[in-house]
Design a protein around this ligand. Structure first.
Ligand code: MN3
Length: 241
């Protein structure tokens, strides 16, 4: 096993300069420090009905997300120096994670951060953002409607499984991206403002093959207050995941 330390990981490689600006994971209720844990849903499993049904939430959170956490902990069991980095730093420096566990960290670590983010943004009433976030949406996408249209198109166009996300930089500039599988923009040292899961497990029980219908319905459960808080945190460099 290569001898990796937080210092050598942070000081080596092309991603080091940007990765060093990412916040460290904290050993708190977010479950983002080793041993990683499944964060509780911040609402009841039926809170997003009728748009997302309770059984989908139960399986998605209690089985799929839980499996990412279990598998990530198992992968890191014999790699305490990697585990000690915390997830954002680990994902931002994947090339330096030992090859034998790199895929497991990528898939399960990505799955853990993506879902931990995803649960936070739902349980809301939809509508539209307000304040500085609304201004940024208009500036960077043209309008709120244009952002939704581009987001839904990117989500529908993601072949197979993955995510559609809006990323934000330290200046508050927004842009759209889509990632395969459980990859996250954190792997490219970018901050995720919000995103939607377009894996079939996120919608198949209710929507079957109609991903576009799921994407359209999802906006009804978005909590724009939570996303506005993430926007403020991102501009301060204080977004935990
Ligand atoms: Mn999922």
């Amino acid at each position: 096993m290569p001898v990796l330390t937080r210092r050598t990981l942070l000081l080596t490689g092309a991603a080091a300069a940007t990765a060093a600006t990412l916040p460290r994971a904290r050993a708190d209720a977010t479950g983002l420090a080793y041993p990683f844990s499944l964060p509780a849903l911040p609402y009841a499993t039926n809170a997003n009905e009728p748009f997302i049904d309770a059984m989908t939430m139960e399986i998605h959170h209690g089985k799929h997300h839980a499996a990412y956490v279990t598998n990530l902990n198992a992968a890191l069991k014999d790699y305490p120096q990697v585990a000690a980095l915390g997830l954002p730093a680990m994902l931002a420096q994947l090339a330096q994670v030992p090859e034998g566990i790199r895929s497991a960290v990528r898939n399960n670590g990505g799955g853990h951060v993506n879902h931990s983010m995803f649960w936070q943004l739902m349980g809301g009433k939809g509508g539209e953002p307000s304040g500085p976030l609304a201004d940024a949406v208009t500036r960077d996408f043209g309008s709120f409607a244009a952002m939704k249209e581009q987001f839904n198109k990117a989500g529908a166009g993601r072949f197979g499984s993955g995510w559609v996300m809006v990323v934000v930089d330290r200046e508050g500039k927004l842009s759209l991206t889509s990632t395969p599988n459980q990859d996250t923009p954190i792997m490219d040292a970018k901050m995720v403002l919000f995103g939607n899961d377009v894996w079939e497990h996120a919608y198949y029980l209710k929507y079957q093959n109609r991903r576009a219908d799921y994407l359209a319905a999802w906006w009804n459960v978005v909590d724009w207050g939570k996303i506005a808080d993430r926007y403020d945190a991102a501009k301060k460099g204080a977004l935990a995941l």
